[in-house]
Write a protein that binds this ligand. Structure first.
Ligand code: ZN
Length: 428
């Protein structure tokens, strides 16, 4: 396959150049200003960006156990439609992957899907926070990280032992930082809006205290700690301090925390109920600053689909989580790149190169000769209104429904095969 005339974003060298890219047997074999071949399929993408396939290290595919919300197939379709070629599945399924069986089930079920689906295992049995799961078995089966995402491992001794074993096995530990007795069944950020709306608040302290403890244990054990979905300024400061000490600590932020604040909850829209909650503008500013300064390494969607009948209930009773894979790139392109808050190259560093490094994925994350041809074509002029019909995933709990966004993925190539193509009425 030959992809011609794309504005190719080579993320690591921070440049965009008009190039032709030749792919053979799933690998990028040549990148030059002009390649002419008549013996291969030629795709002309004049006027569009060619970016590395996006990598999302935080998705919930709800399979097994909650496949009415999403399953591995529908989740993969959503990922490919969003321009992603790699995803890391979180373990809050039923049963959860606290042993190799679920990993084998995932492997088998995802075998024929043109997407790099990566697996996480649980830190504790049944994600209950009491007894460690079998890390060696999980790693042997193919888990690239362990996490109890959705729950913080509140017992410090259990978490310490988990980090010791993880360090010995070189396993990445992902923490969902939320001290549960301080969060105390809150449903939105504790502050002005929780008071005005009469909703129970989650103080920022719940997150900050958890991050502080986890970093201290990372310091004791030398384990690799990845802090999921940062939402507070103090969290950014703690991660920055840990990095300064040379600890193996990395962090992520979600698109929704970067572009929405708790003020958006004024209408009690349950499609904005997320965990951690949307915070104030001040916190958001610190998250963006942390991203620009390299404290926050990764943007991850925390794609958390729920069926509409589950979300269409009173705010207090609705589950946390929003559908995020399909709109992540256009949301960030529209709200951050076009508004000149971040460059496209820097945005992609957080969505391709850095997650590939943290997850130790060889030959992925950037457009380079010898890398897998995992590539996404972005049409920077394509403007679409987010609607339920537009979304291909099983659940439609997207907080940007009704919003008009620019810069959509129009083609996703996985190892040299066109895995997704956006077909639009009236467009081409
Ligand atoms: Zn989480």
């Amino acid at each position: 396959m030959l992809i011609k005339n794309g504005n190719v974003v080579m993320v690591e060298d921070g440049k965009i150049r008009k190039m032709d890219v030749l792919i053979d047997k799933g690998i990028i074999v040549e990148i030059s200003p002009e390649i002419n071949r008549s013996d291969v399929e030629v795709i002309d993408i004049e006027g569009k960006f060619l970016i590395p396939g996006l990598i999302d290290m935080h998705v919930h595919f709800r399979d097994p156990g909650y496949t009415h919300k999403e399953d591995i197939h529908s989740g993969s379709n959503a990922a490919l439609a969003g321009g992603f070629t790699g995803v890391l599945m979180m373990p809050n399924t039923d049963p959860p992957p606290d042993n190799a069986t679920v990993i084998y089930y995932w492997k088998e079920k995802s075998k024929s899907i043109p997407l790099n689906i990566l697996f996480s295992g649980c830190i504790t049995k049944n994600r209950a926070g009491k007894e460690l799961s079998k890390f060696y078995e999980l790693k042997e089966a193919g888990a690239v990280a362990i996490t109890d995402d959705g729950n913080w491992v509140a017992d410090g001794a259990v978490f310490r032992h988990a980090m010791e074993y993880a360090a010995a096995l070189d396993l990445l530990v992902i923490t969902h930082p939320e001290e549960p007795t301080i969060a105390n069944r809150g449903v939105i950020n504790e502050g002005y809006w929780s008071t005005v709306l009469g909703l129970r608040g989650i103080p920022k302290a719940a997150e900050n205290i958890a991050i502080y403890r986890d970093i201290e244990i990372a310091k004791m054990t030398g384990a690799k700690l990845h802090v999921a979905h940062l939402s507070t300024a103090e969290g950014v400061r703690l991660v920055a301090a840990a990095k300064k000490l040379g600890l193996k600590v990395t962090a992520e932020v979600t698109p929704h925390h970067l572009v929405l604040t708790d003020e958006a909850l004024a209408g009690y829209d349950t499609n904005l109920k997320v965990n951690p909650p949307l915070r104030e503008a001040e916190e958001q500013k610190a998250l963006l600053k942390g991203l620009l300064e390299g404290v926050i390494d990764v943007i991850a969607t925390d794609h958390a689909p729920h069926a509409s009948y589950e979300k269409n209930v009173e705010f207090n009773d609705a589950p946390f989580g929003i559908e995020g894979l399909e709109t992540a790139f256009p949301v960030l392109y529209t709200e951050l790149v076009l508004k000149k808050k971040i460059t496209l190259e820097k945005l992609l560093l957080k969505m391709t190169v850095n997650p590939a490094k943290i997850l130790q994925l060889p030959k992925q994350g950037d457009i380079k000769k010898g890398n897998y041809a995992n590539l996404t074509v972005i049409d920077p002029k394509l403007t679409l209104k987010v609607s339920e019909e537009l979304l291909v995933g099983k659940s439609k709990n997207n907080p940007f429904l009704g919003r008009t966004l620019t810069g959509w993925p129009v083609m996703t190539v996985y190892q040299g095969i066109v895995a997704y193509q956006r077909l639009l009425k009236g467009v081409q």
